[in-house]
Design a protein around this ligand. Structure first.
Ligand code: FES
Ligand code: FES
Length: 153
C-alpha cells in the first residue's frame, strides 16, 4: 500500500497494522502518541487528507493512497506552522503528551473554519484529553492562531 506521509511517498506492507503503529514503528515518527488505543483520548491524532483522524483505530489500509500529516510534517522550511507557534506563545503544554494531537486537531479546525469561535473550538477539541488540564491555554493558543490567520504561513 502506498501512502504519502509528510510529503514523502512510503509503502506499508501489513494491512493489519494500525496507522499509528505504521507511523511510529515503521517510519519512526514518534511525535504521534499512543494514549488509550481506543479512539477516546486524541493523543494519536493525525491529518488524513486534512481531516483530524484517530490513528490508533484507523487501519493503515484505510489510509492507502491518501495524504497523511503528522506533527513532524507541519513546519515548512524550518518555520513552525502558525498553530505550533501559537502553542509555544501561549505556553499551551505541560507534560506535552497530548500536544501533537491537540495541535493537529486545531490545524484541522482552522483549515475548515479559519474564524472558529470558542464554542466551535470547544466542540472540535472535545475528543482530545489533556491530563495536565491546560485547556485554557490551549484555547488561548487557538485564539492566537486564528487571529494570525490560522493556516500555514
Ligand atoms: S491513542 Fe488514539 S485516541 Fe487515544
Ligand atoms: S500537557 Fe500533559 S496531557 Fe496535555
Amino acid at each position: 500500500m502506498e501512502l504519502r506521509v509528510n510529503g514523502k511517498d512510503v509503502t506499508a506492507h501489513d494491512p493489519h497494522q494500525s496507522l499509528l503503529e505504521f507511523l511510529r514503528d515503521d517510519l519512526g515518527l514518534t511525535g504521534t502518541k499512543y494514549g488509550c488505543g481506543e479512539g477516546q483520548c486524541g493523543a494519536c491524532t493525525v491529518l488524513v487528507d486534512r481531516a483530524a483522524v484517530r490513528s490508533c483505530i484507523t487501519p493503515v489500509s484505510a489510509a492507502a493512497g491518501r495524504t497523511i500529516t503528522t506533527i513532524e510534517g507541519l513546519e515548512t522550511n524550518g518555520k513552525l506552522h502558525p498553530v505550533q507557534q501559537a502553542f509555544l506563545d501561549a505556553g499551551a503544554m505541560q507534560c506535552g503528551y497530548c500536544t501533537a494531537g491537540m495541535i493537529l486537531s486545531c490545524v484541522s479546525l482552522l483549515e475548515h473554519h479559519p474564524h472558529a469561535d470558542e464554542n466551535e473550538a470547544r466542540r472540535a477539541l472535545n475528543g482530545n484529553i489533556c491530563r495536565c488540564g491546560t485547556y485554557p491555554r490551549i484555547l488561548e493558543a487557538l485564539r492566537l492562531a486564528a487571529a494570525a490567520g490560522g493556516r500555514r504561513g
